[in-house]
Design a protein around this ligand. Structure first.
Ligand code: CA
Length: 292
């Protein structure tokens, strides 16, 4: 186990995912997709609150109006954190019951981007959507297999996107004023034995941190050269996502999963599903809030 790696929440999440940092309140929001749960870890008290939903939860983001917005099995919702009441926004895939929402994130203009995948993980039946602050839902990318990590360059002029089965990170020119993407190219390719790229985040130096599902690590990459710079080894194989948080934005939070592990693997990985953290030399970029 990498020196300095901490177990923040010792839990057997099925698919821990979607970490999102609330800098004002020093809270780390994350989800367990398959257990229909939204977790809120308080970095000051070390408590972990769990909110139960009635469907699979792909991603959680903060709202500028308070509370959170969610990409769930049956579409986009908001939720009030006091009453734990969910309010439906819209479902672009009401006609695709074989799909569910997976990873999502907000851009600096308050748009909530989230994509879908097939429950069986086969076929290219997923899409990447953009929920605008006015609640319009745009279908932006089609032919996606497992829609996963999203992040933007420090100047917001590039959007990075992972469709896990490609084992690559794609980059698009990004227009923050319109939310338009163009000029797709591949900037990072995960090595053959590295598992699948899953969630990702960006640091203040513009480098990308990628959680490697089945790869026992989070790796740091230079998207301008395609070179790997660093790696954080974890004692668990299913490493699903990461984001920066902490009082000084220099703590990397890492979610993991037990999904896909047989009983023997579970014995070998007693910490699988836990939320981890590690202090880093660089600071991360903030988690942006949904504007609607
Ligand atoms: Ca994911």
């Amino acid at each position: 186990m990498t020196e300095g790696l901490n177990v923040v929440v010792d839990i057997r999440a099925r698919i821990g995912e979607g970490p999102c940092w609330d800098a004002e309140n020093e809270l780390l929001y994350w989800v367990d997709i398959m257990e229909n749960q939204i977790h809120i870890h308080d970095a000051k008290t070390n408590e972990n609150r769990t909110i139960q939903a009635d469907q699979h939860v792909g991603a959680v983001v903060l709202r500028q109006l308070g509370g959170v917005a969610l990409a769930m099995e049956h579409g986009f919702y908001t939720m009030d954190l006091q009453t734990e009441q969910f309010t439906f926004i819209g479902d672009p895939e009401a006609d695709l019951p074989g799909n569910r929402f997976n990873d999502g994130k907000c851009d600096a203009a308050g748009r909530f981007w989230a994509g879908t995948m097939n429950y069986n993980g086969v076929g290219h039946t997923g899409f990447l959507y953009c929920l605008e602050p006015n609640h319009t839902i745009r279908k932006v990318v089609d032919g996606v297999a497992i829609s996963n990590g999203l992040t933007w360059s420090v100047d917001h002029k590039i959007m990075y996107y992972i469709d896990s089965v490609t084992k690559q990170v794609a980059a698009y020119d990004y227009d923050l004023s319109t939310g338009g993407i163009s000029n797709r190219k591949i900037v990072i390719t995960i090595p053959e034995n590295g598992g699948l790229p899953d969630g990702m985040t960006l640091d203040a130096e513009g480098m990308i941190w990628i959680a490697q599902w089945g790869g026992y690590q989070v790796s740091r990459w230079n998207p301008h050269t395609g070179q790997q710079i660093d790696s954080i080894q974890l004692p668990v194989s299913q490493v699903s996502s990461c984001t920066f948080g902490g009082e000084h934005m220099d703590v990397l939070y890492i979610t993991t999963a037990t999904n896909g592990l047989d009983s023997q693997a579970l014995l070998a990985e007693p910490l699988a599903g836990s939320l981890f953290s590690i202090k880093t030399k660089v600071k991360g970029v903030p988690s942006y809030k949904f504007g609607g």
